[in-house]
Ligand binder design. Structure first.
Ligand code: ATP
Length: 313
């Protein structure tokens, strides 16, 4: 597996404003200078713009509130990168910004050397797929037809589905563990079943960049592990995978790298075992944290406790 990440985590420190006027966030418009710098302002020489994903100085605000504040993020090709952070830290907003669904007010998103935000919608849809959190599934169509929607960016305008499109959809359904749902009406599915179908739709899109927002939050443990294994297989095939995750132990077990954000800024990024350490996790989440090696794999296992002792009455 290709590893182009920093060998040690970059950690941003120091106070920062949380509610800054949107206009204050305005920085020079998308530049062409090479390579992003880290959130602490230090250049990150390991970040490559020609392979994988690099977000540079990405900012987005609304109602005078800065939600993303100059995010610098790298997700190497051929790896699974976990996007971590507490509730409301900006993970979904960042994924939508990268996908161009909610374009940032400022910053650049580069994928395999191309400026994604300046790429046309159709070409972008051939490049990347986004699996959104709790995406709506009220369409009166079958699961198979819903997954076939993932082929639209690859078809000629006004062309119907080809046999190859149907085969791609079948393979995507099987890979996502949803083949048995193919003939079901999508609106009748359970939360976990829908989540697998959304993954299948994204796989049918055959993206080179796969963005996922909490892809396991409705899944039982076996399905969670299956989904993460699918992501690892895709990465091994060269796909760049960036997944927002709440389960730090799932991230610890399966991600090559993690990026931790808080209040719209990257606070730490690097190899998973170097970021998922108590001195980084405790202040970010406001909890006590212990990290042990997994008895079989040696990967980190995290346990948590309330930050402050609750006084006994
Ligand atoms: N359209 C909007 N209008 C106002 N506030 C918004 C909007 N979109 C996002 N926000 C705010 O931006 C912040 C970041 O939201 P976001 O959904 O990106 O966080 P998140 O890290 O994905 O959270 P969670 O882990 O709870 O899913 C939140 O405080 C949210 O309320």
């Amino acid at each position: 597996m290709t590893d182009r990440s920093p060998s040690s985590p970059s950690i941003a420190r120091g106070p920062r404003p949380t509610d800054r006027a949107r206009s204050d966030a305005r920085r020079p418009s998308r530049g062409t200078e090479p390579g992003p710098s880290s959130s602490s302002g230090e250049p990150d020489p390991s970040v490559r713009r020609d392979a994988g994903l690099a977000a540079e100085r990405v900012s987005w605000g609304i109602d005078g509130r800065l939600i993303l504040d100059g995010v610098e993020l790298a997700a190497p090709a051929g790896a699974v990168t976990g996007l971590l952070g507490p509730n409301g830290s900006g993970k979904s907003t960042l994924l939508r910004a990268i996908a161009g669904i909610r374009p940032p007010d400022d910053g650049v998103v580069v994928f395999d050397g191309d400026d994604l935000l300046r790429t046309g919608r159709r070409a972008r849809a051939r490049t990347l797929a986004l699996v959104e959190q709790d995406a709506s599934t009220d369409l009166p169509i079958t699961v198979h037809d819903a997954v076939l929607l993932g082929r639209i960016p690859h078809r000629a305008l006004l062309a119907g589905n080809s046999d190859a499109d149907r085969e791609t959809a079948d393979r995507a359904l099987a890979r996502a563990g949803a083949a048995d749902l193919a003939d079901r009406q999508i609106a009748t599915l359970s939360g976990g079943e829908r989540q697998r179908v959304h993954l299948a739709r994204a796989l049918a899109q055959t993206p080179r960049l796969l963005l996922l927002d909490e892809p396991t939050n409705h899944l039982d443990i076996a399905a969670q592990l299956h989904t993460m294994e699918v992501l690892r297989t895709l990465a091994a095939d060269g796909v760049t995978v960036l997944a927002a995750l709440h389960d730090l132990n799932l991230a610890a077990a399966t991600c090559d790298h993690v990026v931790l954000i808080a209040e719209g800024r990257v606070v730490a990024a690097g190899p998973t075992e170097q970021v998922l350490v108590p001195e980084i996790i405790e202040p970010a989440y406001g909890v006590g944290c212990d990290v042990l090696p997994h008895p079989r794999t040696g990967r980190p296992v995290l346990t948590f406790s309330p930050a402050a002792t609750i006084p006994v009455a």
